[in-house]
Design a protein around this ligand. Sequence first.
Ligand SMILES: NC(=O)c1ccc[n+]([C@@H]2O[C@H](COP(=O)([O-])OP(=O)(O)OC[C@H]3O[C@@H](n4cnc5c(N)ncnc54)[C@H](OP(=O)(O)O)[C@@H]3O)[C@@H](O)[C@H]2O)c1
Length: 269
Amino acid sequence: MAKYPLKDQCVLITGANRGIGAAIARAAAERGARVVLGVRDLNDPTSQQVLSHIQQRGESAELIELNMGSRAQIEEFVKRWASRETPHVIVHNAGVLTGGLIESQSVDEIYQSLQVNLVGVAHLTRELLPGMLRRGSGCVVVNSSVSGVMNFPLASTYSAAKTGVLALANCVRAETQGTGVRVLSLLTPGVKTRMFDEIPKRYGAHLDLDFLEVAITPEEWAERICEAIESGAEELHPQGATRAGLWMARHLPGVFQKLVSSKFSRSAK
Ligand SMILES: NC(=O)c1ccc[n+]([C@@H]2O[C@H](COP(=O)([O-])OP(=O)(O)OC[C@H]3O[C@@H](n4cnc5c(N)ncnc54)[C@H](OP(=O)(O)O)[C@@H]3O)[C@@H](O)[C@H]2O)c1
């Protein structure tokens, strides 16, 4: 029996139109949650597909415009939706991958990466937390990455954001002790989505990617996320070799840095 069942809970997911976000939405709806699909474009066919997939099964879902790309767009969402409703669970899932030698990354991409992957998460949490505290229950989920702990060359801006979001989650967890609000950090490994497919293009020229494990499916990871939310876990870790790499980066950071540096070359292949 789940400690915190998702049944009848309102679950807001950012970046819910595809990839891991869409899989979480389907899995939570299957467990009886009322899912609110935060998407950038309501008319995008991917948004409509996730919505109708859930509704055709007789489960509950609504689409809401939520662009995490700027302060003004988040403020607009708060005015329109969050000022009248507080979800039981917020899954901060929307994300963008940036990478390459730091001097070759575009300034626009750097700002966008930090905005969507980190600043927007802090902003939206700030807006939704008071309602959860008043209710005396809630769950804040941040979709970080193994890159938040395993800091590889070429991933500077992405890792900075993903490390930052883990720190944010740790601090909010400490601040909400005893209030009924829980915080779950996802140390997401390689998951077979459009983002995962971008890795060779962005990193492959300078980094030997032979350590990349075969990616798991979004459905597998979404199931584990729902189980973690329902059990009250604080962190969700990958399995297999990635788990061992994560342990090494946390407990033997010098050894880990040496290992990843040996896979890197400044001159392109
Ligand atoms: N896949 C992996 O291997 C992996 C590993 C570690 C962590 N993660 C994390 O998992 C999360 C989901 O990634 P994914 O693999 O599912 O990637 P994905 O398939 O590329 O999906 C990214 C999602 O984020 C949304 N998004 C991007 N910019 C946005 C913005 N400004 N406002 C709102 N939504 C925005 C996208 O919407 P559009 O369709 O509108 O672009 C899309 O729904 C990300 O935070 C990612 O960093 C993924």
